[in-house]
Structures are given as C-alpha cells and as structure tokens.
Design a protein around this ligand. Sequence first.
Ligand code: 3EB
Length: 330
Amino acid sequence: MVQAGENLQVRLGLSRTPHVTYRMADPGTVLTEPGTLAAFGFGTGSPDSDDPRWLRVALESFDAPAPIELWQVDATVVCGQQEAVRWSSGGGWLFAAVEVNEHEAGGIESAARQAYAALCQFMGTRDERCVLRIWNYIANINDGDDDAERYKQFCDGRAAGLGDFFANGFPAATAIGHHDRQHVLQIYLLASADAGQAVENPRQVSAWRYPRQYGRTSPGFARAMLMPARDALAISGTAAVVGHASAHEGDLEAQLNETLTNLEALLATADMPAGFDTHSPLKAYVRHPTDAYRVREILQQRLPGVPVLLMHGDVCRRELLVEIDGWRYS
Ligand code: 3EB
C-alpha cells in the first residue's frame, strides 16, 4: 500500500531524505545491502575498504567499539571515482568525498583550496547540483595563533576553492578538528537534484556575517538545512554561540545547555516538532576526553533514547568545549 506521504513525494518528484543510522556492523555487510549510499567508520582502528562509498573518518569515538554510520536510500546506488573525488548516487541523491594530504598540497590552506576546487569541478558534471550538507575534518584545527590559526587558514582556502559556487546560499556544515598524526583533510557532502531550504538560528548571527575578530574569511555555512521533501532537518555543527560570541567560557555544562537551546531554536525555526527522538541521530564532539563521561551523562538525561555518537573533536574556537550536529527526521 502506498502511504499518503509517499504518494505526495512521488507526485512532487522529491525523494525521501537518506535514512541515517548508527549500527554495529562491518563495512563488508552494510556495503552489500541495497540502497547503501555511504558508510563511515570512526577512528584509526576502524576497518578500511576500497569501496568509494566507505570513508574512515579520522576522528576517534569515545564509544568502543564505535558503530558505523550508514546512509541509505530507496533506490539503486551506483558509485565510482572521478579524479580525487569518490562518489555514489541513487534516487536523486549524491554522496561525494575528497581527501587531501596537506603535506602534498603544501599546507592546510592549499589543501582546502584544492579539495573544494575538486568538489566544485566534480559537482559541475552532476545532475544533483544542490549541495545540502558538508562535513570538514581537519587535523590540529586550533594550532597557530589569531589569523595564522589552522582553522582560519582552512576558511581562507575553502573560500578560494569555492569561488562563487555557493552564491545562491550556503549548505549546512560541520568543521571539526582531530589529532591524527597524518594531516589529511577530509571533506564529504550530501547533494540532491532538488533544492533544500537553509535555516538560520534567530539566537545567532549568521556565520557568513561574523565580525572580523573571528578571521579574515567568514565561514560560509547555514545553521541547518531543511531537506527538499521537508522530511528531515540537517543540523550544522552547533555550539554555545549566542549572537556571534562564545558563551560560558570554561563551563562545560552551561555550554552544553546553551547548545541544546540553540538546537531547539533551529527546530522551532524550521517548523519541526520540538525535541529529538530515537530516529534522529546526533554526534557530540567533545574537546577534552575527561569531559566525555559528563557529556554522555547529561545527554542521556536531556535527550533520552536519542542515538548520540560521542566523538573526540575540537571545535574551531578554542574556548568551545562541545559541539553537536546531526539529523532531525519529522
Ligand atoms: C560556530 O557556531 C561553530 O566552518 O563550516 C560550526 C559549523 C562551526 C560549521 C564551518 C564552523 C563551521 O561558529 C563553528
């Protein structure tokens, strides 16, 4: 039987958002399941695979063993590699990933420029033109001071590589640091043949309007992206930023509370139901491993039953101790 919702989506030609879940499994198993668009392992201990849909993210998880993250669509998936870009597509959805070794590129700024230029060039060959969501994982993101901080160099290179690619609006994004000794910049995205709707947080200054004190090049990202079929909200990396300022310096619990308030503001702005549920996977990036237990405890209490993957990750502002991103399905 065809449900009303599916029927509507068929009529409008908008495909249902990929189903994102965490699961204890091997890449070999999940990659043979029909409809697997992408699968992610976390940490240097996670398995490797040559399949273009598999990405081993350099961030370590505090969950041991860590589950795999799975993106699944209701369609046949094809995949391949085109120069530096690994990709897969199905049902109007596109996954694309690029990894650039900083050493070979000549530093973080040129790695970011090369990576984004490669992604833009690849996107020009595709029908799935609408980039809805991007993830950026960067080694030692806070090394260097002021304008020389690596995150700021990354922002410069990203903007240079993109040119005017996002002139019509930025996708939702995450940019998080890790401590892998190999400095490989990892970037991956989800795109669609159909446009989504960017969502800003009324409690926050839009990132592309951040004042000069946060860097020469404002980060280009939307706070969240409503998916084309309006069946899910992709939530950008969200931290204790109010206005443009970092709030509650040095206070983990207050930062986490402020972050949760920001997440609720995004849901309300997007007309999504309040709160998170058992189908809405989140990630919490925690700067100090010694804070992981406390973050888990608070999130279990505040978001009962919600799948939260706890990651060791550095937020791009040194004073921020925790950041959350993820999905809210309606
Ligand atoms: C913030 O609110 C935190 O540079 O792409 C969050 C999400 C942050 C994405 C990015 C940065 C980015 O400003 C930092």
